[in-house]
Design a protein around this ligand. Structure first.
Ligand SMILES: Nc1ncnc2c1ncn2[C@@H]1O[C@H](COP(=O)(O)OP(=O)(O)OP(=O)(O)O)[C@@H](O)[C@H]1O
Ligand SMILES: [Mg+2]
Length: 301
């Protein structure tokens, strides 16, 4: 018979189970990555899904998610890939990979882009090849595995002098293979795309802006965090003052909110306070992690 779960109706059953763990393991649980499907992330997921299912391969649709650093772009890309990775089938003649995720090369380096695609499709690194050979192999590999959507994280990293051939290369992935692109970038990508109107026209922009206090999604996000952080007492994270303090300290970024909540929850376990409230937010280091300015100013480093 399943063990009785602790009486904590404010928590999701998984978090309730975690209340039974010793404190060190509960702290490790708090420190784990957590995926919360908030409105804009779900919307981007649906748009990517539509692209994936689209039968138009002559001029495939592309999407470009643009948002500040630490605002959940990589999390969305990884979550989408994880949901679309088919289980391994030892009986299959060849692997099917509908979606792959790569990291954009650092600078407009076409060979690195093509090698990253090959690596993501499980092809071993090749001995030295010309760019033309790499291109032919990457395009062949994409066709072999039935790739439909190539996600490129940190696409702004391709910027640099002589970026134009890189943009043509990206455009040709669509026109030669019918594979769609899903880019994730900071706003620096806007200047990069100005150099290639044709690529810009093929990419639908999709902003992932900073969070706002009056966005009902923000209250839902906090309520969801509260259900998943394994604390014995309810936290009331959606209280307007607390929500506002968190958002200001996080500079409107989901990564900042998540990190502050994790630090506050850890304090709540260590101190035995067992909920997040003003007292926990006021604990040293909870709202303000050590700043680089302080490190830079330290004389003893
Ligand atoms: N959907 C989510 N649910 C819960 N936490 C999230 C979610 N998305 C992001 N986070 C939190 O925000 C942090 C930053 O997210 P992420 O790394 O995806 O940002 P990013 O926009 O890719 O930043 P960068 O541009 O610097 O790479 C994550 O480590 C995680 O703690
Ligand atoms: Mg990222």
């Amino acid at each position: 018979m399943a063990a009785e779960l602790p009486d904590a109706p404010h928590l999701d059953p998984l978090a309730r189970e975690a209340l039974q763990l010793p404190d060190d393991r509960r702290l490790a649980r708090i420190d784990r990555d957590l995926w919360i499907g908030y409105g804009r992330a779900l919307d981007i997921g649906q748009r990517l899904e539509r692209i994936l299912q689209s039968g138009r391969r002559m001029r495939p649709d592309n999407l470009l998610v643009v948002g500040p650093s630490n605002n959940g772009k990589t999390a969305i890309a990884r979550h989408f890939v994880a949901r679309h990775t088919p289980p391994e089938d030892p009986g299959a003649e060849r692997a099917t990979i509908p979606v792959a995720l790569i990291q954009a090369p650092n600078g407009p380096r076409i060979p690195q882009l093509l090698s990253a695609i090959l690596a993501a499709l499980g092809r071993p690194p090749l001995a030295w090849r010309s760019t033309a050979q790499l291109r032919a192999e990457a395009h062949r590999a994409m066709a072999d595995v039935g790739l439909r959507l190539l996600l490129v994280d940190d696409l702004h990293n391709i910027r640099g002098s002589r970026c134009a051939p890189m943009l043509v290369e990206l455009r040709e992935i669509g026109s030669c293979t019918g594979v769609s692109l899903g880019g994730f970038a900071t706003r620096e990508i806007v200047d990069v795309l100005r150099q290639d109107e044709q690529l810009a026209n093929r990419m639908a922009p999709c902003p992932l802006p900073r969070w706002r206090l009056d966005d009902p999604d923000y209250a839902r996000l906090l309520a969801t965090f509260a259900r998943y952080l394994p604390l014995r007492r309810p936290s009331g994270l959606t209280h307007p003052d607390l929500a506002a303090r968190l958002l200001a300290a996080a500079d409107g970024l989901i990564g900042g909110v998540a990190a502050a909540l994790r630090r506050a929850a850890a304090e709540a376990v260590r101190t035995g306070h067992e909920c997040i409230d003003d007292t926990m937010l006021a604990r040293p280091g909870v709202l303000e992690p050590p700043a680089w300015a302080e490190v830079a100013a330290a004389g003893n480093l």
